[in-house]
Design a protein around this ligand. Structure first.
Ligand SMILES: [Zn+2]
Length: 82
C-alpha cells in the first residue's frame, strides 16, 4: 500500500509531464489557456479535460468503460423503479 505522500508526489510529477507534453503538442492553445488536468476514471492516467463533466480520457477502452457504466446506471435506475 502506497503512502498518500508518495501518491501526491507521483501525481505532481505526472501532472508536470502531461502539461509538458500538452504544451509541446499545442493542445493547450486549442482552448485559450483554460486547461484542466484530470485523472481518468477508467485507466487512472492524467488527461486534459475538455469539459466539466468529462471523467475519462479519450482512449477507446475508457470510452467503452464510460459507455458501459452509463448503461449499467440506467439499468439499476430502471430496476429500482420496478
Ligand atoms: Zn482513460
Amino acid at each position: 500500500m502506497l503512502l498518500p505522500e508518495v501518491n501526491s508526489v507521483i501525481d505532481a510529477a505526472y501532472y508536470a509531464l502531461v502539461r509538458f507534453m500538452a504544451i509541446n503538442t499545442g493542445a493547450l492553445e486549442d482552448w485559450g489557456g483554460k486547461t484542466t488536468i484530470a485523472f481518468c476514471e477508467g485507466c487512472g492516467r492524467a488527461y486534459i479535460k475538455r469539459g466539466n463533466r468529462q471523467k475519462y480520457c479519450g482512449n477507446r477502452e475508457c470510452e467503452a468503460i464510460r459507455n458501459s457504466r452509463k448503461s449499467s446506471r440506467y439499468y439499476y435506475k430502471e430496476k429500482g423503479k420496478a
